[in-house]
Write a protein that binds this ligand. Structure first.
Ligand code: SAM
Ligand code: SF4
Length: 317
């Protein structure tokens, strides 16, 4: 479906849970989430109805996200159901990777084609610090399990944080030499209640090109990342700049939260509920949400925080 600004909306990001086995400082508060009642969350059947409803309006690509999607007990059967939806050509999943040693093969067999795995540092102490509890060793085992399971594409996502990992840009980017993966640096977004990062933490993507002058630019591939390759690398380096150079004019996505709210824009407070609706009603509300999608997300900076009114674990990134 085409929105009011001529953008063809083809991509749905469905958050399957707000819960997570980590507590990344930029994403959610230390004491976790105020757990909502079971009845407030979409059931698996409602999630599958929403996916079918979205597909009937032209959605072709689905990303399952969270919270941490792999802590959801029925994640594999949800992926199987989604893969059987007519019109959905590609199922992707974003994960912190910790549970991949147990689940990677089943997810691949269920029809997940692409994985994004979050990795902000290669230093075990810093990994534990930024996630408030995780082990780098477990995350790396997750990446190995994903590589062994034969996904069509694996991307590593690094949130670029001044004073935290800007000294690791080279070793992180060089993972694309060692493994057949892309690595994407994503600018830190100033969310509602996520962490006490000072202005120095919000650094633009250009620090990556300044640090790695040998990066060779590549043509765009339709994703939101500016693409490069290190000489001789197997994978690409992507730079995603929601803060310093937004890409709203080419935004082709809508989001649905685990509690059944359609978010036409990540950084807008506007939400339309589909909880408890029939599939036909969901089609109508999704259509309205696409037509109401704002032109852009407004100014974002250390001072101008997101108007999303949710932390990232309650949206899905
Ligand atoms: N738990 C999964 C994971 O970490 O990959 C999926 C959900 S997480 C909310 C999705 C993505 O959002 C992750 O790559 C995470 O790094 C990113 N993210 C969370 N908070 C962010 C923020 N404030 N700025 C930029 N990216 C953020
Ligand atoms: Fe959990 Fe992902 Fe948020 Fe980290 S970024 S707290 S892993 S949802």
């Amino acid at each position: 479906m085409i929105d009011r600004y001529g953008r063809e909306i083809r991509y749905l990001r469905l958050s399957v849970t707000e819960l997570c086995n980590l507590r990344c400082r930029y994403c959610m508060p230390e004491d976790g989430v105020c757990k909502k009642r079971h009845e407030e969350m979409l059931t698996q059947e409602e999630m599958l109805s929403a996916i079918r409803a979205a597909a009937s309006l032209g959605i072709q690509k689905l990303r399952l996200t969270g919270g941490e999607p792999l802590v959801k007990p029925n994640i594999v059967s949800l992926c199987e159901g989604a893969a059987q939806t007519p019109g959905i050509r590609e199922i992707c999943l974003t994960t912190n990777g910790l549970l991949l040693p147990r689940l990677a093969k089943d997810l691949r067999a269920a029809g997940v084609k692409r994985l994004n795995i979050s990795l902000d540092t290669l230093d075990p102490e810093k990994y534990h610090y930024i996630t408030r509890r995780g082990s780098l060793e477990d995350a790396l085992k997750g990446i190995e399990a994903a590589l062994a399971a034969g996904f069509e594409k694996i991307k590593l996502n690094t949130v670029l944080i001044g004073g935290f990992n800007d000294g690791e840009i080279r070793p992180l980017a060089e993972l694309t030499k060692r493994y057949p993966v892309d690595l994407r640096f994503i600018e830190l977004m100033p969310m509602y209640d996520s962490g006490d990062f000072g202005p120095e933490a919000f650094i633009p993507y250009t620090v990556v090109t300044d640090t790695l002058p040998e990066l060779e630019p590549l043509p765009a591939d339709g994703s939101v990342a500016k693409l490069y390759r290190l000489p001789g690398a197997q994978g690409r380096v992507g730079l995603i700049s929601p803060v310093s150079a937004h890409f709203c004019a080419s935004c082709n996505r809508i989001r649905i939260t685990a509690d059944g709210k359609i978010k036409p824009c990540l950084h807008s407070p506007d939400e339309l509920s589909i909880k408890g609706l029939t599939e036909e009603e969901m089609v109508q509300v999704l259509r309205r949400a696409i037509l109401e999608k704002p032109q852009w997300h407004g100014e974002l900076s250390y001072k101008e925080r997101s108007h999303a009114n949710r932390n990232m674990n309650q949206i899905g990134g």
